[in-house]
Design a protein around this ligand. Structure first.
Ligand code: FMN
Length: 192
């Protein structure tokens, strides 16, 4: 299985990256290929509403920037793992620009492709677990309900401000292991 793990945190050694790399490691151990994308290292902007992607046979996106290979990798992947910290009550700006560019997956041909994929999310936040549940819900509304992707499960690490805080909650890595198992099982079910 091809997996793309997208780190929408600016920190490449932060809590989001750490959890994504943990999932990456587990999925590689299960024999899958994982492409890790440090989104903040790329130069790209949000959707410019040209609608070109909605035309039949159109290229994935008319904006020729660093996001094109990411959108193409998402289209080719079997599973997409989307990781973002909560910034001012939402996903990061970079994450939202990527989500807006996912408009391409509403096109007639690409909507059929995207719905075959597994979607998992990793959310990290400084605040307690009772806050920002709507961030996960928002991601699910679009990726699971609108794009009709298959849910591989969600991981929320609350009360963390950097990767070292994850050491105080070792159970989060057990939860990550369950998600890696889920993704693996979901994939095996779809290829049967
Ligand atoms: C600009 C900014 C805004 C933030 N806003 C919130 C917030 O609204 N709620 C919250 O719980 N944590 C907030 N945080 C804390 C981050 O979500 C938290 O530290 C997260 O684990 C960082 O992920 P990282 O380690 O991958 O960088 C904010 C951090 C930054 C830098």
């Amino acid at each position: 299985m091809k997996v793309i793990a997208i780190n929408c945190s600016p920190r490449q050694k932060g809590s989001t990256a750490t959890l994504l790399h943990h999932l990456e490691k587990r999925l590689i151990e299960k024999g899958h290929d994982v492409e890790f994308v440090p989104l903040y290292d790329l130069q790209f902007k949000g959707c410019k509403a040209c609608q070109a992607c909605q035309k039949k046979g159109a290229p994935i996106c008319a904006i020729k920037d660093d996001l094109i290979p990411v959108l193409e990798a998402m289209e080719q992947a079997d599973a997409i793992i989307f990781g973002s910290p909560v910034y001012i009550g939402l996903v990061t700006g970079c994450a939202k620009s990527l989500i807006d560019r996912c408009y391409t997956f509403f096109g007639e041909e690409r909507s059929k492709i995207i719905k075959q994929k597994i979607f998992s999310d990793v959310i990290t936040q400084g605040g307690d677990i009772q806050y920002f549940e709507y961030v996960r819900e928002h991601l699910h509304t679009w990726f699971i309900e609108s794009f009709e992707m298959q849910s591989g499960g969600s991981l929320i690490a609350a009360g963390v401000s950097s990767a070292k805080d994850l050491k105080d909650q070792p159970e989060i890595f057990d939860k990550a292991d369950i998600i890696a198992d889920n993704i693996d099982k979901q994939y095996k079910k779809t290829v049967k």
